[in-house]
Design a protein around this ligand. Sequence first.
Ligand SMILES: Nc1ncnc2c1ncn2[C@@H]1O[C@H](COP(=O)(O)OP(=O)(O)OP(=O)(O)O)[C@@H](O)[C@H]1O
Length: 358
Amino acid sequence: MNSLFFKGKVRYPDYELNFDLSLPGSGITALFGASGAGKSTLLRAVAGLVKPENGMIRIKDKTWQDDSCQLFIPTHKRSLGFVFQDARLFSHLSVTDNLQYGMKRIDTENRKISLEKAVELLGIGHLLDRMPETLSGGEKQRVSIARALATSPQIMLMDEPLAALDMKRKSEIIPYLQRLNEELDIPVLYVSHVLEEVSSLADHLVLLDKGQIVAAGKTNEMLTRLDLPLAYYDTASAVIEGNIVEEDLQFYLSTLSFPGGQIYLPMGSFRIGQKVRLRIQARDVSLTTEKPENTSILNILDTTVVNFSDNTQGQVMVELDAKGTRLLSRITSKSASILKLDTGKPIFAQVKGIAVID
Ligand SMILES: Nc1ncnc2c1ncn2[C@@H]1O[C@H](COP(=O)(O)OP(=O)(O)OP(=O)(O)O)[C@@H](O)[C@H]1O
């Protein structure tokens, strides 16, 4: 039973959250939605901090709540690591003592992640003797994540862990979260309302709105679905994953291969074989029916039109298929008319800008 299963209803005087979700038991799953959508409430229901009605909360082979047999495991007996927006470290304890505090509560046989491993994964070895008040916001948050990890939890629950940090600190922490995801087999539920954060980190995405689950699925499929609002954000983008297969020292370019083709990237510090995730914004993809020659745009992908949106203020969003990988392109409706856009039509996607995520 390698999956997560959450079902139930949480009722407040002016609000109701309904959920019935089956999610993969590994990777980062983002709970995404506007303020008040119910993301934190769902996380709290998983943690047992609120008790959903008709509830079922199952983490792989462990059942934490099953109302059909009056089972409810209280929060302190659930093996979970909770990370909040503010780090909530014990101010009178050093970093080491903060880390040990959580760990000591776990029986020796259940300690699967050593303190050293948690310290190494979050890169906080140089901070161990410091007191929390001497740490930056980003450092505090890394300690707080390490403290949660050191309890060897069956699941990590993160409630907007980067929200209190500025952009620079955010981008410093994201690689640690990615590493944690690659190296440990602990599922993470990650609450966020920032699309870029979700597309950088999440393998799966649950979209919530006004207490309802709108849709759930793999991140790129969700980002590029034209029937969901994510494709209409100003920063709407697709996320692709591939491997670095070649380096061109003359032109200082690396080639990334993914199922939909090849992409050239500035060489940077990639190594051959490295897995790389890229974000391609819809506004950076233009379309042409003829394969362009003599163009300064290096990345041209062979695609098919899957679907396109109605004309909204002169703009059309186009969903493209590059041999199984979905991309988005935002063009003007005049361009759509010139291109005689139609579903199933083969078309070349010219990618003008790419952001390397990791
Ligand atoms: N203890 C409570 N009592 C009454 N209403 C509550 C309680 N906790 C949350 N709510 C309401 O439930 C709704 C969902 O809140 P929740 O915090 O889950 O949303 P969210 O999606 O996490 O939003 P945000 O991004 O603003 O944190 C809100 O309308 C909120 O006012």
